[in-house]
Every structure is written in C-alpha cells, then in structure tokens.
Design a protein around this ligand. Structure first.
Ligand code: FES
Length: 151
C-alpha cells in the first residue's frame, strides 16, 4: 500500500492504495464521486475522462499513485453550486446524449478542447471527440458548437 493525496474538485483526498488501483476506482470508491463512469476500462470509450492538472485524461489509464500530488476535476467539479457549467448547460439544452452513460466523459473532453481551442474547427471537434470519447460524436459535435461561445 502507498499513501496518496489527490486533490479532487478542490478537496484533498488521502488514502492508502494498492499500486495497481486505477484513478477511476479511486474517484468512485474512495472519493465517493460516481459521476465518472467506467465503460470499457481499456482506454477506448472515454466515459471515464476527467481533468488532471487541467488536461483531459482517461482515468482508467492512470494509476492512483500516478495522480498523487495532482489536481483532478471530475464532472461534479464543473458546476458552481447549483449553477451548471456552460458546457453542462449546453449538453442539457441540446439533449447532448444518447444513452447518457458517456456524457460525463464527453463533457470533460469538451472542456479540455475548448480550453485549448476556444473556437475549434469542425475537424478539431471531431478529432477531440473521437480521441477523447468515442460514441455519440454527432450529438456532442452539435453541443460543442452551441457551447463554445458560452464558456
Ligand atoms: S472506461 Fe476509460 S476509456 Fe473506457
């Protein structure tokens, strides 16, 4: 076991963890934040996407020990109290989901994209979504277009 301290959504979480524990399991089981979903667990679907030090990462590909000392933002950390983040509002208003399972990951992926490219081209949006969260790309594409002027 190794003691880790990971700041999640501005709150420090300290815990002894097995070296093999994935960040997504740390977030869901030890930090109690179940908004980050587990889909494929093989780095394909993007449902588990969170921000680590401001950049999108698939939390099923990061060990909790690798996140030690880092800042992680989950979908729960985007809202400001009862006020949704502009990207969350955009997904809500445009019904930017299919079954909704990967929506948290798509929102986090969108956040990273818009931070890096405030006015992404259509191809940049497609590329980011394809790399970050496969599935539901057309819905997310339209939602990103709607939200890029809000965030
Ligand atoms: S659960 Fe991490 S990419 Fe699918």
């Amino acid at each position: 076991m190794k003691n880790v301290t990971i700041t999640v959504n501005g709150v420090e979480h300290r815990a002894p963890v097995e070296p093999r524990l994935l960040l997504v399991h740390f977030l869901r089981e030890l930090a109690g934040l179940t908004g980050t979903h587990i889909g494929c667990e093989t780095s394909l679907c993007g449902a588990c996407t969170v921000l680590m030090d401001g950049r999108a990462v698939k939390s099923c590909t990061v060990l909790a020990v690798q996140a030690d000392g880092h800042k992680v933002t989950t979908v729960e950390g985007l809202a400001n109290g009862d006020r949704l983040h502009a990207i969350q509002e955009g997904f809500w208003e445009e019904h930017g989901l299919q079954c909704g399972f990967c929506t948290p990951g798509m929102i986090m992926c969108s956040h990273d994209l818009l931070k890096q490219h405030p006015s992404p081209s259509d191809s940049e949006i497609r590329e980011a979504i394809n790399v970050g969260a496969r599935g539901g790309s057309e819905v997310s594409h339209g939602t990103q277009r709607k939200t890029q002027t809000r965030s």
